[in-house]
Design a protein around this ligand. Structure first.
Ligand code: GRF
Length: 224
C-alpha cells in the first residue's frame, strides 16, 4: 500500500470532551452527517452526568461516557484509558469546563484542540462576554487553538470575529458567537483531517501547527 492509499483509508479518529449543552459537538456531528467532514467521532466524554451533549452523542450512535463527580486526577486516568481504547488521534474540548493537568495534556500524543469564546490572547478563562462589554471592546469572537498546559494559551489556529453592538448583552454576544463557533470548529478539524494543517516540533521542543502549503487558499472569515 502506498502512502496515499493509507492516508485515504484512515479516517481521523476524533474524541470530544464536553460539560454541557454540546451544541459544538452537534455541529461536528452534523458536519460528518452532511459529508462536510470526513472523520470518525469515536466517543464523547462528559464530566457531568446530566450534560445534554451526552444525549446528542447517543442519538447519533456515538459512544457516550459520563465520568461525573470524580476528582480531576481520577477523571484523567479513566479518560486516558478510554482515549487509548478508542485509538483517538484527536481530542476536541468543546465546552469542557475543567482544566486538564499538564501530565494529561502531555500524555496525549495526538492533536488536542479547544474552542474558546474570545479573540485570544484576549480574555482567557471564564465570563468572556461580560468582560468584553465591561472593557468597551469594539470586537469580540471565538478562537480555536491547540491545547497546552497554560490555560487558553496554545497556538491560535482560527478565529471568528463579530462587532460588538451598543445594545449587546453577555447573552446576545453568546447567542451571536455560538453559530460562528459551529462553523469554525468543524472547519479546523477538517483542515487537520485533510492534512492541510500539520503538526511539527520546533527547536524548543514545542508542538506547532503549520499549513502544509502556506500559499494555499483558505476560506476567509467575514467580520459580521
Ligand atoms: C462555547 O461557547 C465554547 O466556546 C465554550 O463553551 C461553550 C460550549 O457550548 N468553551 P456548547 O456546550 O458547545 O453548546
Amino acid at each position: 500500500m502506498t502512502n496515499t492509499d493509507s492516508k485515504s483509508t484512515h479516517l481521523l479518529r476524533v474524541a470530544v470532551f464536553i460539560s454541557g449543552n454540546g451544541s459544538n459537538l452537534q455541529a461536528i456531528i452534523d458536519a460528518v452527517t452532511n459529508n462536510q467532514l470526513n472523520i470518525e467521532i469515536v466517543g464523547v466524554i462528559s464530566n457531568k452526568a446530566d450534560a445534554y451533549g451526552l444525549q446528542r452523542a447517543t442519538q447519533a450512535g456515538i459512544p457516550a461516557v459520563a465520568l461525573a463527580g470524580k476528582k480531576m486526577h481520577t477523571f484523567e486516568q479513566l479518560a486516558s484509558k478510554q482515549l487509548i481504547a478508542w485509538q483517538a488521534d484527536m481530542l476536541v474540548l468543546a465546552g469542557f469546563m475543567r482544566v486538564l493537568s499538564a501530565e494529561f495534556i502531555h500524555s496525549f500524543t495526538g492533536i488536542m484542540l479547544n474552542i474558546h469564546p474570545s479573540l485570544l490572547p484576549k480574555y482567557k478563562g471564564l465570563n468572556t462576554h461580560q468582560r468584553v462589554l465591561n472593557a468597551g471592546e469594539y470586537y469580540h469572537g471565538c478562537s480555536v487553538h491547540l491545547v497546552t498546559p497554560a490555560l487558553d494559551s496554545g497556538q491560535v489556529l482560527a478565529q471568528g470575529i463579530i462587532n460588538v453592538q451598543p445594545n449587546d448583552t453577555a447573552d446576545s454576544l453568546a447567542e451571536r458567537i455560538h453559530p460562528i463557533e459551529h462553523q469554525l470548529l468543524p472547519l479546523v478539524i477538517s483542515l487537520f483531517s485533510r492534512g492541510d494543517i500539520v503538526l511539527s516540533t520546533n527547536s524548543q521542543n514545542h508542538t506547532i501547527a503549520n499549513l502544509r502549503n502556506p500559499l494555499q487558499q483558505l476560506p476567509l472569515q467575514l467580520i459580521l
